[in-house]
Ligand binder design. Sequence first.
Ligand SMILES: Cc1cc2nc3c(=O)[nH]c(=O)nc-3n(C[C@H](O)[C@H](O)[C@H](O)COP(=O)(O)OP(=O)(O)OC[C@H]3O[C@@H](n4cnc5c(N)ncnc54)[C@H](O)[C@@H]3O)c2cc1C
Ligand code: SF4
Length: 481
Amino acid sequence: MNKKMLQFINLDQNTPEKRSTGERKKDFHEIYKDFINEKAQEQSSRCSQCGVPFCQIHCPLQNNIPDWLKLTAEGRLQEAYELSQSTNNMPEVCGRICPQDRLCEGNCVIEQSGHGTVTIGSIEKYITDTAWEKNWVKPIKIKKELNKSIGIIGAGPAGLACAEELRKFGYQVTIYDRYDRPGGLLIYGIPNFKLEKFVVERRTNLLKQGGIKFIQNFEVGKDKNLHELKKDHDAILIATGVYKTREIEIEGNNLKNIFPAMDFLTASNRKGLGDKVELFDNGTLNVEGKDVVVIGGGDTAMDCVRTATRQKAKSVKCLYRRDKENMPGSAREVANAIEEGVEFIWLSGPKKFIGNKKVEQVQVNKMILGSADSSGRRKPEIQKNSEYNIKADIVIKSLGFDPEDLTELFSAKELSVSKWGTIKIDLNTMETNIDGIFAAGDIVRGASLVVWAIKDGRDAALQIQKYLKEKIAEKNNIKAA
Ligand SMILES: Cc1cc2nc3c(=O)[nH]c(=O)nc-3n(C[C@H](O)[C@H](O)[C@H](O)COP(=O)(O)OP(=O)(O)OC[C@H]3O[C@@H](n4cnc5c(N)ncnc54)[C@H](O)[C@@H]3O)c2cc1C
Ligand code: SF4
């Protein structure tokens, strides 16, 4: 565990050695809980203002980190906030959930020289949380209403960032979303212990106050198709994310109590928001007292295991077919999970699910890492005669997500998609092959990160503005001629 983690997690219970064996913490001291002004100033003043801002270069939003650290160190928090929010629509969200160890903090020169990174993410969070507390965060005020309208499909970070930027220009913006609440995966995917729901709700409320219209429970493809929606607007942004769960085709997959990760996480998030959730309330998706097996090694798998420990599961095991060094998830998340008592079974893949109607055991193959595949990663191979069984009352499958078939869903056969089903765009204009229809976020990149979705949303807004201006100019020329 790196020095930064040690600063933020209360380590009053077990030694690191004990924790790595999977011994359970009795309660959870959430990360960042005690981050106070003195700490923010002290941490900010550790920035060496090195001249080559590797942190900034490796932040997808190119946040001006050295300057807002300097302002924070000098106690000029409102100025730090103004600077931070000028490049990021949700700094308090990124501060909480960016994998900083792979982005800004991982590239901090102080970290590189072995002295522990400046805790950029927690300072970013602190600055913006303080701005909310002090009422410095204001709804959008526009100078002039413009009579062009944009329809945005998807109220996740890409759609929200694009909507905010377009509204600032004065455009009429409507966001359509098939869920009952805006926020996309910020609301129903990412667990509350990483990103509290009030943080997302106060952002979306602010956008509503700024004049952005939200239409919830509206599914494009069901309530209107893409072309019908296009008739209502001058431009459209598709920001629908990726939601098709990757399946695991093994014997016993049809047994009860085997669920995709999103079913488990959405149920847990809905409960946290106070909703009635039948499958949770009847005990099916509530893992208290159960032996839980999570399959997968990405960040979503880490969210599942950490949610399960918080629901007081009897045991939580994470099966991953490669080793720790080759896990796709953030090292920090793995460290957190170990800290919380999750048992990792590396180099292991499920062979079949065993049970009578309901799953009772998972048969596991031990794996070894063979030669590198075309992506350069060593391929896991099954070790012969290595099977053994582990007990499971519930299995959660977390093998990643693919895009839904939008051409079918949206009744837009001509919409150009890649072989993976992501939407193809012109990388300069962010426009799809259909005039006036743009796309951003996970539906273009494949499953990615919030900070990239925000960046794409902001870029799309600039391109949509350019497109609308050109359209107006074209019309005026035709009229003049
Ligand atoms: C469990 C989980 C944990 C994650 N944790 C992190 C993390 O810690 N840090 C991080 O940076 N990233 C994390 N991510 C990734 C991150 O959440 C995504 O990259 C990001 O949310 C993508 O933003 P988006 O706006 O493209 O899509 P989404 O957030 O998926 O939003 C898409 C929206 O479109 C709506 N929609 C879809 N289809 C339709 C339709 N037909 N009609 C109307 N509306 C529609 C959906 O309801 C949804 O609200 C996590 C992802 C998951 C699944
Ligand atoms: S947005 Fe993410 S990568 Fe950029 S400074 Fe903030 S935490 Fe770091």
